[in-house]
Design a protein around this ligand. Structure first.
Ligand code: PLP
Ligand code: COI
Length: 354
């Protein structure tokens, strides 16, 4: 291990900031000038470096490409009311990265490397943090195997990196989703709770089929009965039924979302009844038909709070009532945005200034 951590910084000689079109931000397209790079060799993390954003040279035999030893995180830096930059719950992302690493037999990353590397990188690229409402700098930490070895065993060497890109809201209007009752995202005992690349690769075909049918995303259901709600493509899902906030309980097949955690905490603080439990697609459809379901929405870092307009189930589309101004999804979305941008007090200590 490194005794006192320093980050080597190699600044880019020219900036691509001039290419940034703030009026037309496309998610994940234009990356900030720098990236963090750290190698894991001989059982130890090496000197972290901040270098100009650019391609990495990898062995074509690495176990990330062949066997999926690859994990990532998604988090955001927000322009603050005072002009500074704040990170939302970064330690939660660090902990989840390490939980994913353990599941994929990859090394965990010390807190100092993650936090100091992140701080150094975001400070250097602070000009890339947009300020318009709903926009932010999306930050993508990632780790993958680098051994040039085709044998099926955990790699001995790894790369940890962080890249970032300015983004606006992921969904610009209420989304259409449908329950997926054929394909499965994750099974109990699998790796659904981890943020490993394979979970996303295997979701692409079912998601594409749903998109061809006019839906934005799927709502995954459980692997054995295809009845119980799991989560959506890049979001956890929540429902308001008879004034109670209901969301599937966490399990080994659901990603423990940091937005989910934050929304549940705010709801409980506000005295709203909250239930984390099994929720079936039939219960949702019945509650819609009986007029008891007033809200359905997805929550996630990229998606923020995404209102669901329509839910498809067994070939029928159920339209949800339009949200009122006092809808929970609206209020909690605004409250989160105010905390993240330093426009509201942060009693939970969620914001870490850079
Ligand atoms: N579920 C999946 C599959 C995701 O990819 C994400 C996005 O990160 C989420 C849920 C929401 O998690 P978070 O709120 O930590 O971004
Ligand atoms: C995130 O919200 O950070 C995600 O991981 C979603 C991403 C796959 C687009």
């Amino acid at each position: 291990m490194l005794d006192t951590l320093t980050i080597d910084v190699h600044r880019a000689t020219t900036s691509r900031l001039g290419e940034l079109d703030l009026a037309n931000l496309e998610f994940g397209k234009l990356f900030a000038d720098h990236m963090l790079s750290v190698e894991y060799i001989g059982g130890e993390w090496q000197q972290p470096r901040v270098v100009p954003y650019g391609p990495l040279a990898v062995s074509p035999a690495n176990s990330a490409l062949h066997y999926g030893q690859a994990i990532f995180e998604g988090m955001k830096a927000y322009r603050q009311a005072d002009g500074g930059v704040g990170l939302f719950r970064p330690l939660d992302n660090w902990r989840r990265l390490n939980a994913s690493a353990e599941r994929m037999a990859m090394p965990t990353l010390p807190e100092e490397i993650f936090m100091q590397g992140l701080r150094e990188l975001v400070k250097l690229d602070a000009a890339w943090v947009p300020g318009a409402a709903g926009s932010s700098l999306y930050i993508r930490p990632f780790m993958f195997a680098t051994d040039g070895f085709l044998g099926v065993r955990p790699s001995n060497t790894y790369h940890f990196g962080i890249i970032s890109c300015p983004v606006a809201s992921f969904f610009t209007k209420p989304v259409r989703v449908r329950f997926e009752q054929q394909y499965v995202r994750a099974a109990p005992g699998g790796a659904g709770y981890a943020k490993n690349a394979g979970n996303y690769g295997a979701a692409m075909l079912p998601s594409k089929l749903a998109q061809e049918q006019g839906y934005h995303q799927l709502i995954w259901t459980d692997a054995s009965e295809h009845q119980y709600v799991e989560e959506s493509g890049a979001m956890n899902v929540m429902f308001v039924i008879d004034g109670t906030l209901i969301t599937p309980a966490l399990s080994t097949s659901i990603l423990d979302g940091i937005t989910r955690r934050s929304v549940l905490e705010l709801a409980r603080n506000w005295g709203m009844p909250v239930e984390e439990r099994r929720v079936s697609s039939r219960e949702i459809v019945a509650a819609i038909q009986e007029g008891r379901l007033t809200e359905a929405f997805g929550v996630g870092t990229a998606a923020t709070v995404a209102t669901i307009a329509t839910i498809g189930h067994e070939g029928h589309d159920y339209d949800l009532p339009a949200l009122t101004d006092s809808a929970f999804a609206r209020r909690v979305g605004a409250a989160l945005e105010a905390i993240r941008t330093g426009h509201a007090p942060d009693p939970h200590g969620w914001l870490v200034t850079v």
